[in-house]
Every structure is written in structure tokens, then in C-alpha cells.
Design a binder for this molecule. Structure first.
Ligand SMILES: Nc1ncnc2c1ncn2[C@@H]1O[C@H](COP(=O)(O)OP(=O)(O)OP(=O)(O)O)[C@@H](O)[C@H]1O
Ligand SMILES: [Mg+2]
Length: 260
């Protein structure tokens, strides 16, 4: 499986039951190196569950997940940290360490890989500059806005230059301006070659980018709309209806729409 070197994430006949009433059922998907994919679905559809499985935080009941060289059915517990170096993850609620500075929060992600002090300083400085937060490096997370905290969380997730970034509702708690900044940042990370899988319930936010959208509903993958825009996503950000917060999941078009 996964002979194709262009495929960085593969999910094959994945089944996972959670509690009495929910299961992911026969999920199949592949993500290519450097691709940007939105994972869209209403609350409870299974988006976070699927991302956690890709992070191998949780294992499938049956079927297989392949991330780079790591295969869920063969991976050993002591290999999971190597997988995690390849896969960054960002949560809706940031999950920063509140009594560590911005700098330390990002540095910790490098420290666990055994990087030396000089290397850590260089990399953290570089990534904090790229997320436009170097001037806040000595602040503690509670002193930052939600959007700033999310940018720190993204910096922490990408400082190891992962091949894949999983972002779980990264704009869920943000106002329109912060949403735009976070999307811009994710597009920038993607332009650097990282494949990005972003979960969101906000179809209106993501529809206008012309990217591939995978729709989940009640644990099933109901539609996989191919990418129709192949350029640099950052060029599209002004066209997007970033300020529109969708309440209306009834708008969700899962019946063979024609893209834009
Ligand atoms: N540990 C668990 N035990 C039992 N059921 C669970 C567990 N974790 C999640 N679930 C159930 O699985 C379903 C899918 O949850 P999940 O968090 O993946 O949805 P989601 O698409 O991320 O939703 P949201 O948009 O609200 O974040 C939900 O019905 C949830 O109640
Ligand atoms: Mg979720």
C-alpha cells in the first residue's frame, strides 16, 4: 500500500466506533504531498475523530491509515513520536501552556526532538517572525488575543517542518480579521510544501477558495470535491467571504454541485 510517493496521507476502509451511537464508516481518502484540503461537516460529523486517528492518537477498529512511511496496523508505540514529528496538529482551543512564554511554547516542540539551544533559538525566531509574533515572544498566552494564540499554536505545530499539518477548527473561535490572518498563515505554510488538512463546519468560509473539500456527515464521507484552483491560495484570500460566519449548514451542498 502507498506505493505512490506523492501520497502523504492514505485512509483505507477505516472504521471506528465511538460510544454507542457514533462511528466513522468505511472512510477512504488520499492526500497528496503539498495538497490543501478542507474537511467540512456539521458538528458531530466526526471531523475531530478523523484528525485524531490521522495523528494516531487513537487507532481504527478496522482498516488502515498510512502517513508517510507509518502504517497504523504496524506502528509500534515507540515509533509514534517519529510520526508526530512528521505531523503537526492545531486545536480549536489552542492548548498552549499558559505559564510558559510564547517563545518557550514553540521551543518545547523542538526541545523534544533533541535540538540544541542554538538551533532552537534560530528556528523559533524564524517561525515567530513568520507568524508576525516575534515582538510578543516574552508574553504569556493569556495576554494574547485569540487570533494571536492560534498563530502561536500554528507556529508550534510547524516549527519542526512537518510534512502534514492537521488543523482542527483553527478559526472556530476567531473574529473575521483573525480568521483571515490564520487562513493566510495556513496558506503560507502550505505554499512552503506542507500538506494541510483543515477541519471546519463553516462551508461558507471555505467554498470560495476552489480547493478540494471533503464532506463528512454522520461518520461517512459523503462527497470529495476535487480541487479546481491550482495557484497559490494566498492570492485568493481577498476574494473569500471570510467575514461570513455560516450558521446555515442547510446550505451544505452534497448533491453534486459544480464547484464555484
Ligand atoms: N470518546 C468518545 N466517546 C464516545 N463518543 C465520542 C467520543 N468522542 C467523540 N464522540 C462522539 O463522536 C461523534 C463525532 O465527534 P467529533 O468530535 O469527531 O465531531 P466533529 O465533527 O469534530 O464535531 P464538532 O464540529 O462539534 O467539533 C460525536 O457524536 C461525539 O459525541
Ligand atoms: Mg471537532
Amino acid at each position: 500500500m502507498n506505493q505512490d510517493k506523492r501520497i502523504i496521507v492514505g485512509v483505507y476502509h477505516l472504521n471506528k466506533k465511538l460510544g454507542k451511537h457514533f462511528s466513522l464508516e468505511d472512510i477512504n481518502l488520499q492526500v497528496a504531498n503539498g495538497e490543501f484540503v478542507f474537511l467540512v461537516g456539521p458538528s458531530g460529523a466526526g471531523k475531530s475523530t478523523l484528525l485524531r486517528l490521522l495523528y494516531m492518537d487513537n487507532m481504527p477498529d478496522s482498516g488502515q491509515i498510512v502517513v508517510g512511511p507509518y502504517i497504523s496496523t504496524r506502528i509500534k508505540r515507540n515509533t509514534v513520536p517519529s510520526l508526530r514529528r512528521m505531523v503537526g496538529i492545531v486545536f480549536q482551543d489552542f492548548r498552549l501552556i499558559e505559564d510558559r512564554t510564547v517563545f518557550e511554547n514553540v521551543a518545547l516542540a523542538l526541545k523534544v526532538t533533541g535540538a540544541g539551544m542554538r538551533e532552537i533559538k534560530r528556528q523559533v525566531t524564524d517561525i515567530l517572525t513568520r507568524v508576525a509574533l516575534y515582538h510578543k515572544r516574552y508574553e504569556f498566552p493569556p495576554a494574547l488575543s485569540g487570533g494571536e494564540q492560534q498563530r502561536v499554536a500554528i507556529a508550534r505545530a510547524v516549527v519542526n517542518r512537518p510534512a502534514v499539518l492537521l488543523a482542527d477548527e483553527p478559526t472556530g473561535n476567531l473574529d473575521p480579521t483573525a480568521t483571515k490572518n490564520v487562513l493566510e498563515l495556513l496558506f503560507k505554510v502550505n505554499a512552503g510544501g506542507t500538506a494541510v488538512l483543515m477541519a471546519t463546519h463553516d462551508i461558507d468560509l471555505v467554498r470560495s477558495f476552489g480547493q478540494r473539500i471533503i464532506y463528512l456527515e454522520e461518520g461517512r464521507l459523503v462527497r470529495d470535491k476535487e480541487m479546481i484552483y491550482t495557484g497559490d491560495l494566498r492570492e485568493r484570500i481577498d476574494d473569500s467571504r471570510v467575514s461570513k460566519r455560516a450558521e446555515r449548514m442547510k446550505d451544505l451542498d452534497i448533491t453534486g454541485g459544480k464547484g464555484e
